[in-house]
Design a binder for this molecule. Structure first.
Ligand SMILES: Cc1ncc(COP(=O)(O)O)c(C=O)c1O
Length: 394
């Protein structure tokens, strides 16, 4: 089809732009001279070209969203699905479940589609929250586990972090061992808001040792952005038949589909059957299902999404190094860095400059989580940070 060919071309053009940008970055030109509007070649359909931020149109780097816009093919699929959306997406849901199963090399009875991974987190917490069970979480991690456990009336055990906010896996094991009842362990890898990975060599032996009365939720929302080879997905453990873990995934991040609300759980069929009791019947919206199917097949977009994120990270880290602001090794689409000024003041100055940065993440005082925008946006943000230094605002 014509417009698909055009979309392919647009992604290709954008990829060439990225390569050009990364070449400039390697030579330092992009950082010192800034990016001229001429470097901003045609964007994929639907992706807005960069323009300086304003109060009405700020740079949104506060919610770990993907700034690129959905894959052009996913956008076309979603648009086409509107015309069919008087129907339930019965066959398409089965198709997506099967495609996800194939992707993870499990049977489709090991997959449950959810409305974003948030629904998967809620379903897992509800399903494993009988009286006397506890949720074990690291001190600093994604908040939904704790949020839903509170609603479910579960005991919540937070385990203090190690240096640099790393997960204390031994401490978490001790929390499980000392609890008189079932435990649900929520591990986010890479973690949010820190952006750091926990090496597979620390996680896999614990899961495969099958601690009594323990279920693991492993949330790999950001896995596709990872470069560190010490990270491994837990997928193969499920494929091998382990029945004590649930992998949660989302189309919100690498696929840039946050507003479409599509995610899924992968687990042993017995665990999936329990989760099913806590979702509204796997009734995912038609546009989201068709977009997810198209996006999974668009490997060029996924590669482009990863590359763009890598380049944006490089631009931000260069500025942080220059400004001597410590940061954690980021493996996601965001960076957690320290400030020399109170976060509240920094947020305000940034907002006044048209840039929305992340919220506070106690107990990490005066750390700021910056989601990675497009390379052009990050160049703008990096230059804004340099200007702030002159005023002692950062
Ligand atoms: C680690 C993690 N898990 C899950 C989610 C929820 O994402 P969604 O419900 O859009 O899939 C987020 C959102 O930022 C996240 O950071």
């Amino acid at each position: 089809m014509n417009f698909l060919a055009k979309d392919d071309e647009a992604v290709d053009t954008k990829r060439r732009t990225l390569l050009k940008l990364s070449g400039m970055l390697a030579g330092g030109a992009a950082v010192t001279a800034g990016l001229s509007s001429r470097t901003l070649a045609a964007a994929p359909a639907g992706a807005a070209a960069f323009s300086p931020p304003s109060a009405d149109n700020p740079i949104r780097i506060n919610f770990n969203e993907n700034p690129l816009g959905m894959s052009p093919k996913a956008q076309a699929a979603a648009r086409n699905a509107v015309a069919k959306a008087n129907r339930y997406a019965k066959a398409e849901i089965i198709g997506l479940r099967e495609k996800v199963a194939e992707h993870h090399q499990v049977s489709s009875s090991s997959v449950l589609l959810t409305a974003g991974s948030s629904e998967g987190i809620r379903a897992a917490v509800e399903a494993w929250s009988p009286l006397g069970s506890q949720l074990v979480i690291p001190e600093l991690t994604y908040g939904d586990g704790e949020h839903f456990a509170k609603i479910a009336g579960m005991k919540i055990t937070k385990v203090k972090a190690l240096a640099d906010w790393a997960f204390d896996i031994e401490g978490m094991k001790a929390a499980v061992a000392s609890h008189d009842g079932p435990s649900l362990v929520y591990l986010v890898n890479p973690n949010n808001p820190t952006g750091t990975i926990t090496p597979a060599d620390l996680i896999e032996p614990w899961i495969t040792s099958k601690p009594a009365n323990t279920m693991f939720i492993v949330d790999e929302a950001y896995a596709e952005f990872v470069n560190d080879t010490r990270f491994r997905s837990v997928t193969p453990l499920i494929a091998k038949g382990m029945d004590n873990l649930i992998l949660l995934k989302t189309f919100s991040k690498i696929h840039a589909m946050a507003g479409m609300r599509v995610g899924y759980a992968v687990a042993h069929p017995n665990a999936i059957a329990l989760l099913e009791n806590h979702v509204a019947g796997e009734k995912i919206n038609f546009c989201g299902v068709d977009a997810a199917l198209a996006s999974m097949s668009d490997t060029a977009f996924i590669a482009y999404s990863k590359k763009s994120n890598d380049l944006s990270r490089q631009i931000l880290l260069k500025a942080l190094d220059e400004l001597q602001l410590p940061y954690l090794p980021s493996e996601g689409n965001f960076v957690f860095h320290q400030l020399k000024t109170p976060l509240k003041d920094y947020q305000k100055h940034m907002a006044d400059a048209g840039v929305l940065v992340g919220r506070a993440f106690p107990p990490a005082d005066n750390w700021c989580r910056v989601s990675l925008g497009t390379p052009e946006e990050m160049q703008w943000v990096a230059n804004t940070m340099r200007e702030f230094r002159k005023k002692s605002w950062i």
